[in-house]
Design a protein around this ligand. Structure first.
Ligand SMILES: Nc1ncnc2c1ncn2[C@@H]1O[C@H](COP(=O)(O)OP(=O)(O)OP(=O)(O)O)[C@@H](O)[C@H]1O
Ligand SMILES: [Mg+2]
Length: 347
């Protein structure tokens, strides 16, 4: 069994806002990513995905703070690292980031080759020639022509820039890549190509990936394990196969029905009514309760503890009714007639 490379353990993250109020963006969130595993973090806009990513890399906005819990990378607590300490010890060589708005992460006034030389100078003892050779090799990995390494970022299309960022993210051979919505800004064909490149790294680079997206089907197609977030809380976590076949949190169940499934091309896609609550206080309730068809009064009175899903390894749902969900949701989820999962067939 592989060991965890990143462990998020009960973290709370707040942003101070004007007038002494706060946004409790992440509450008691826990999940772990194992070595060489692709992990998908999914949930709708504003649920706290990027906040977690920023917290991992010491890059929260100035008004943001981790108020409790821990983040361990390779067993070492890093939640108190400043951005500069993180940059010195971890960024690029241990964890690299493909940010949500990648367009800003390349220096617009520097050729890509110069940017690689700077990176090599700061972090390695590679010569200029060696740095160029590595950049050429990585351009090849992500399907960019080697002849383009001396271009400026603006000479690239959005999809090419995104590929260049992926090439840079691999430059120092990190163990973990955090990709925050790596394909959201791209058209569908380009999205597929980028995801293919990200997938192909799995075999050749032995890396772990934290892939953040609002699209649960991207997680199902590309990841091994996953967590679903709602309103600053983790709702469900486990292997992709278990969460796909046996979702136990109402939000995960409804989210799954809100995306197309090749097995049911004619199925009407569900719409999840309502909105997550504004989190001005730490939520002492399930943040999905107001939208949940199966909520009971207790759901509004206390934040749910994780329930293990019987028979599955490391599959947990933060729902007090998790044990009953299979039956309760039967009318919402059309189960495949075969017991084998389509995911098992494609993996
Ligand atoms: N600097 C900030 N100050 C105050 N509130 C913030 C700040 N940054 C984020 N938030 C709030 O924290 C919550 C979580 O935001 P976050 O960006 O982590 O969501 P997300 O899941 O990444 O959403 P998206 O899918 O839109 O990228 C939201 O309510 C957001 O408005
Ligand atoms: Mg985000």
């Amino acid at each position: 069994m592989s060991s965890p490379i990143l462990e998020i353990d009960g973290i709370d993250i707040e942003y101070q806002t004007r007038g002494d109020t706060a946004v409790h963006a992440v509450n008691d969130a826990s999940f772990a990513i194992n070595e060489h595993e692709y992990f998908g973090l999914v949930g709708e806009s504003g649920c706290g995905k990027s906040t977690i990513a920023d917290a991992i890399v010491g890059g929260l906005d100035d008004n943001g703070k981790i108020t409790s819990g821990s983040i361990r990378y390779k067993g070492k607590e890093i939640q108190n690292y400043s951005e500069s300490q993180f940059n010195k010890e971890i960024r690029w060589k241990e964890i690299s980031v493909i940010p949500q708005s990648s367009m800003n992460s390349l220096d617009p006034v520097m050729k890509l080759s110069q940017q690689a030389i700077e990176m090599a100078k700061y972090h390695t003892d590679l010569s200029k020639g060696e740095a160029m050779a590595r950049l050429r090799e990585l351009f090849d990995v992500v399907g960019l022509s080697e002849s383009r390494i001396h271009d400026y970022p603006h000479q690239f299309s959005g999809g090419m820039q995104q590929r260049a960022i992926i090439a840079f993210s691999l430059f120092l051979q990190p163990s973990l890549i955090i990709a925050d919505e790596p394909t959201t800004a791209l058209d569908v064909i380009m999205q597929d190509q980028i995801l293919d490149h990200i997938n192909s790294l799995k075999d050749d680079w032995e890396i772990s990936m934290l892939m953040i997206t609002h699209d649960i089907s991207v997680v199902f197609e590309n990841c091994d394990t996953m967590a679903v977030m709602h309103g600053g809380q983790v709702a469900e976590a486990g292997s992709v196969i278990d969460v796909f076949d046996r979702p136990r949190h109402p939000y995960a169940i409804l989210l799954q029905n809100a995306f197309p499934d090749v097995r049911y091309p004619d199925r009407e896609l569900a719409i999840i009514d309502g909105h997550p609550p504004q989190l001005r206080q730490k939520p002492e309730f399930c943040t999905f309760a107001d939208r949940c068809p199966w909520a009971v009064s207790e759901c509004h009175d206390s934040a749910p503890d994780p329930q293990r899903v019987e028979g599955d390894d490391d599959h947990q749902a933060w729902c007090i009714r998790a044990d009953e969900m299979d039956e309760l949701a039967a009318e919402h989820l059309e189960k495949p007639s075969e017991t084998t999962s389509i995911l098992e067939d494609t993996k």
